[in-house]
Ligand binder design. Structure first.
Ligand SMILES: *[C@@H]1O[C@H](CO)[C@@H](O)[C@H](O)[C@H]1NC(C)=O
Ligand SMILES: *[C@@H]1O[C@H](CO)[C@@H](O)[C@H](O)[C@H]1NC(C)=O
Ligand SMILES: [Zn+2]
Length: 504
């Protein structure tokens, strides 16, 4: 007995140290898989930190996923241990982008994009939160049940934080208990179409459906996002007219979808947004017009509605600000989207409206497909799938094209972080300020790069991106999502530690 017990006793320290080693290894590795940093209390130092109180030189203290303090250089005594100071020099430190309009097509169409590739592209582009659209996944997210499928698909597969819009469709619009089930399950708001969406299980809604939707949303104080185009007779499109029937010509496509479609839809919408005014029957609900392309009569209608007190906002997208119809080459269906990219004069007016605050915010409307659906061989603009693939490049695109208009860093923050956070009901996102989530992008506005095969592109199908071949300025250096350094210098943190954002 005695010798055996002694032998066991001698083994004990060995066993204990093994256990300790494995425990340490296990916990350390699982934590560091989420972040490229070994610690969660650190200081981000830079000469250009964009805060609600202006651009400062100083430090942002992060601990446990939140911003603890923001201090100016003079007050920053460098009292931190040097290994937890991340000095980015002259690079810009600003709130991570919040993209309120992205189609990641998961579950069901992961050959188009998917949560892993889409959120890795987002992280590489400085987007820290994105809100996924209820289509083009399959099934569409139009009920509590289909929303559960969406959440299951996102679990453990997202590299940034992801919220979700639910779908308002004829099937659920008149069924308050169905809509409320979806809202109670945590969608941040609803989305509907006033024209065919191109997706079979996502039919279009009319003004009655929208009115019903708004009254359910009023109780939850969440927004309705609307694709505002109503098909009109394409009066100026005469098939057979010289050149007009060339399906490879962009102008043919443009004529099939004139600005009058947007105008007609917005006119109808404004008849129901009256109810969202204070004292109205849908007070508390909010209407958000997605991807406005027409900077003329449609925008004027929205301006009037805002003036009379309707609860309404509008977004446009980088592709309407970067490209114009005149430049789109025959057969280059990478540029097909709806509503369409219009003429150069319209583009200039969109920029002016954005700078004047009449357009509230920007979103990507990242909407990829498999390359085959773009019909590059035929170049048929009428039959090709519509949608621009852009997620990773929206920040440099906005900056590169906006510099001609004198866009400031504060304006970028307003359009890409502050206003989107408000729309999505995220009170603790969208600013570099104490108490806010540590969702941060660090980027160099001066650095230029070419979007080509030598550039690391994380989108599932880089070839369909309209930005391939362009030279952009504004390189994303690092992205922090709730304190985790999820991307730096072309490298992602190994684990997908983004969390789903549910409305409460
Ligand atoms: C309304 O939705 C609920 C919940 O999804 C469903 O059980 C019910 O059958 C629907 N009612 C109608 C009239 O379609
Ligand atoms: C909208 O469609 C529904 C059928 O889903 C119909 O009952 C209603 O009258 C329509 N409303 C308008 C304004 O066309
Ligand atoms: Zn869209």
């Amino acid at each position: 007995m005695e010798p055996l017990r002694w032998r066991l006793m001698a083994l004990l320290p060995l066993v204990a140290s093994f256990l300790l080693f494995y425990f340490n290894y296990y916990f350390k590795s699982s934590a560091s898989e989420c972040s490229l940093l070994p610690h969660n209390h650190y200081w981000i130092v830079s000469k250009r930190i964009v805060t609600p109180k202006g651009i400062i030189s100083g430090a942002v203290e992060v601990n446990g996923g939140n911003i603890i303090s923001v201090v100016k250089e003079d007050d920053w005594r460098g009292n931190a241990r040097s290994k937890s100071v991340l000095d980015y020099g002259e690079a810009v430190v600003m709130p991570g982008l919040i993209d309120v309009h992205a189609h990641l097509d998961d579950p069901g169409r992961t050959d188009w994009e998917g949560f892993p590739s889409g959120t890795r592209a987002a992280a590489a582009g400085g987007i820290t939160t994105l809100i996924d659209m209820p289509l083009n996944s399959f099934p569409s997210t139009v009920s509590e049940e289909t929303f559960k499928l969406k959440l299951n698909a996102a679990e453990g597969r997202i590299y940034v934080n992801v919220g979700f819009w639910g779908g308002l469709v004829p099937e659920n619009a008149f069924n308050a208990s169905a809509l409320e089930g979806l809202l109670r399950a945590g969608v941040l708001g609803l989305k509907s179409f006033m024209c065919p969406s191109g997706i079979n299980d996502f039919p279009m809604t009319n003004a009655s459906h929208i009115k019903e939707g708004l009254s359910s949303l009023a109780k939850y104080k969440r927004p309705l996002l609307v694709h505002a185009e109503i098909p009109q007779e394409p009066e100026d499109y005469v098939k057979g007219e010289s050149g007009a029937d060339d399906v490879r010509s962009y102008s043919t496509y443009l004529k099939t979808r004139p600005a009058s479609w947007e105008e007609a839809a917005i006119r109808e919408l404004l008849a129901v947004t009256i109810d969202t005014r204070s004292g109205g029957s849908a007070e508390g609900a909010h209407l958000h017009v997605v991807h406005l392309s027409d900077a003329r009569s449609s925008l004027n209608l929205i301006k009037e509605a805002k003036k009379r007190g309707d609860s309404i906002t509008v977004e446009t997208c980088p592709h309407y600000l970067a490209f114009s119809a005149e430049e789109i080459q025959n057969g280059d269906t990478r540029f097909k989207c709806s509503p369409p990219i219009r003429d150069a004069a319209n583009k200039k007016q969109l920029w002016e409206a954005l700078l004047d605050g009449h357009i509230d915010m920007l979103s990507s409307d990242h909407s990829p497909s498999v390359p085959e659906l773009k019909l590059f061989d035929d170049g048929d603009f009428l039959r090709a799938w519509g949608g621009i693939s852009s997620l990773q490049f929206v920040l440099p695109v906005t900056w590169s094209f906006g510099r001609n208009y004198g866009v400031t860093l504060e304006q970028l923050v307003s359009w890409w972080s502050e206003k989107p956070a408000k729309l999505a009901g995220q009170d603790l996102k969208g600013a570099i300020a104490p108490g806010y989530h540590a969702d941060i992008v660090v980027w160099d506005p001066e650095e230029e790069f070419d979007v080509n095969d030598n550039h690391p592109i994380y989108l599932k199908h880089p070839s369909i991106s309209a930005y391939m071949g362009s030279r952009l300025s504004g390189k994303v250096l690092a992205t922090f999502v709730t304190g985790n350094l999820v991307y730096e210098d072309g490298k992602h943190a190994p684990a997908a530690c983004g969390v789903p954002i549910l409305a409460r």
